[in-house]
Write a protein that binds this ligand. Structure first.
Ligand code: GAR
Length: 210
């Protein structure tokens, strides 16, 4: 099985969906640790309750972004993960960090990228008059919510939606899409080459949930 470290900053519902999927005997990956940049992240207790090792690296405990990332990289050197899943990790990783784990870092974002990267994504989708929203799992490259797409899922935007109701509907498909994407990457069915996601032995539609 592939060894996975999950990065979180908050409640960790996506981390939990990955951990639940990974608990199935036929799942090709296991969650070996959860790392947070917030000591109070709700997901840390949820991971610990499942017997998953946790660690937090709080930015203000370090002099600079470089030192903060160096501490996390040292922990990753110890853990030796095959794959890193960003799951609500609200911090941009440096190019140096990403290069150390090139092609191994996945992120989930609650929009149909390349639309609405960054913050306030649901509010912006509503303001744009979109009729569909969704989520995207992608390989992490430099840039916020950027990089080759592995899997996406769409949900309708309904009359009367607020950023909160839309976020909740998108979250339900995030919890299916991230395990699907992690399975595809763990089985080597999707890899990153020359800045593109390449499928091997699966049709591209396997990365779409409708
Ligand atoms: C999720 O909706 C995730 O897609 C989003 O933060 C939320 C975390 O929820 N990530 C981003 O916006 C990244 N740009 P969770 O902690 O319950 O998984």
């Amino acid at each position: 099985k592939k060894k996975v470290v999950v990065f979180i900053s908050g409640g960790g519902s996506n981390m939990l969906s990955l951990a639940k999927a990974a608990a199935e005997p036929d799942f090709p990956a296991e969650i070996i640790a959860v790392i947070s940049d917030k000591a109070e992240a709700g997901g840390l207790a949820k991971a610990a309750a499942l017997g998953i090792a946790t660690a937090s690296f709080v930015r203000k405990d370090f002099q600079s972004k470089e030192e903060h990332e160096a501490a996390i990289l040292a922990e990753l050197d110890r853990l030796q993960p095959d794959i890193i899943c960003l799951a609500g990790y609200m911090r941009l990783l440096s190019a140096a960090f990403i290069n150390r784990h090139a092609g191994r870092i996945l992120n989930i974002h609650p929009s149909l990228l390349p639309l609405f990267p960054g913050l306030y994504t649901h509010q912006r989708a509503l303001e744009a008059g979109m009729k569909l929203a969704g989520c995207t799992v992608h390989f992490v490259t430099e840039g916020m919510d950027d990089g080759p797409i592995i899997a996406q899922a769409a949900v309708p935007i309904l009359a009367g939606d607020t950023p909160e109701t839309l976020a909740a509907r998108v979250l339900t498909v995030e919890h299916k899409t991230y395990p699907l994407a992690l399975r595809l990457v763990s089985e080597g069915k999707v890899t990153m080459h020359d800045g593109r996601a390449v499928s091997h032995g699966v049709c591209d539609a396997s990365g779409a949930l409708i």
